[in-house]
Design a protein around this ligand. Sequence first.
Ligand SMILES: N[C@@H](CCC[C@H](N)C(=O)O)C(=O)O
Length: 327
Amino acid sequence: MSSTTVKATTTLGPGPHLRVAKGHGTENDFVLLHDPDGQVDLTPALVRGLADRRAGLGGDGVIRLVRSTRLAEGADALAEDPSAVWFMDYRNGDGTLAEMCGNGVRVAALFAERLGLWDGTGALALATRAGVRRVHSDPQGSGWYAVDMGGWTMPGGAGAAARGMDAEVEVPGLPVVRPALSIDVGNPHTVLALADAAELAAADLTRPPVVTPTPLAGTNVELVVPLGEETGPDGEVVGRLRMRVHERGVGETRSCGTGACAAAMAVRTWAGAEAPSTWLVEVPGGTVRVRALPGGRVELAGPARLVADGEVDLEALVRDAAARPSV
Ligand SMILES: N[C@@H](CCC[C@H](N)C(=O)O)C(=O)O
């Protein structure tokens, strides 16, 4: 690629501007803002505007890096770990709050590194609504980060674990209702297994799958196809699975980190005691690695990228939004 010099100029109007960056983790993409003192009024309308792929910048979600002391939710995180001075304030593209974002927390760590808030060594403790998450650079290299995602649980309890299911899901495009397993990774997920890649491709995720019983707080839905086991370069037996996801508050995305953790832990539960601890999860946007840790915790590893940095004209962003008919 030839190098190009871009002249510093602006085409934006004279009104208020917001400095933002754009990043992604396996193509789960985010608009990022550094708002140390919590001065940005991050309303649902502003989030929707920033995330809009036509009238805004575009993203599955919006991530604000703000001092934990500047958010009410930050107090719990600081009590858990006083070193978690930065809070990853994650919003879904529809403007709703979510507790956690596994791809987002890696991208937020890279953002913190680029902003000079973390030197990239050791672990960065990031506060989230699901608790403190510790991120470190992953030996896999090429911009990979690993995150201790904390504990995962099956809200359906021991009965659900024994039966491997506690819900049913009707997926548009697929003929029959499927059994599914609820998994909580700080945010809610419902995982169902499909027969093969053809079935996975046939699912219509332009509409949300219908989950019964209806989860009160909504759920992210993962469709998975287990692909078997292989031996890694270090001799470890590793499981592999393919996944598509319909995210609460977003729609189909090209990756979901918490979803990959939920999917791997569900497949591991279905596979029984001898199942591998480490899973490679193929998503439309790439591959992430999920590892079951001792004590019922789970680790997520994958790439993080920042691809743009600039300013948004807030007046232009919101000018037409109010007048737009909701169709
Ligand atoms: N893409 C995320 C999950 C984002 C939140 C989710 N939509 C929710 O509402 O729980 C990830 O990488 O984990």
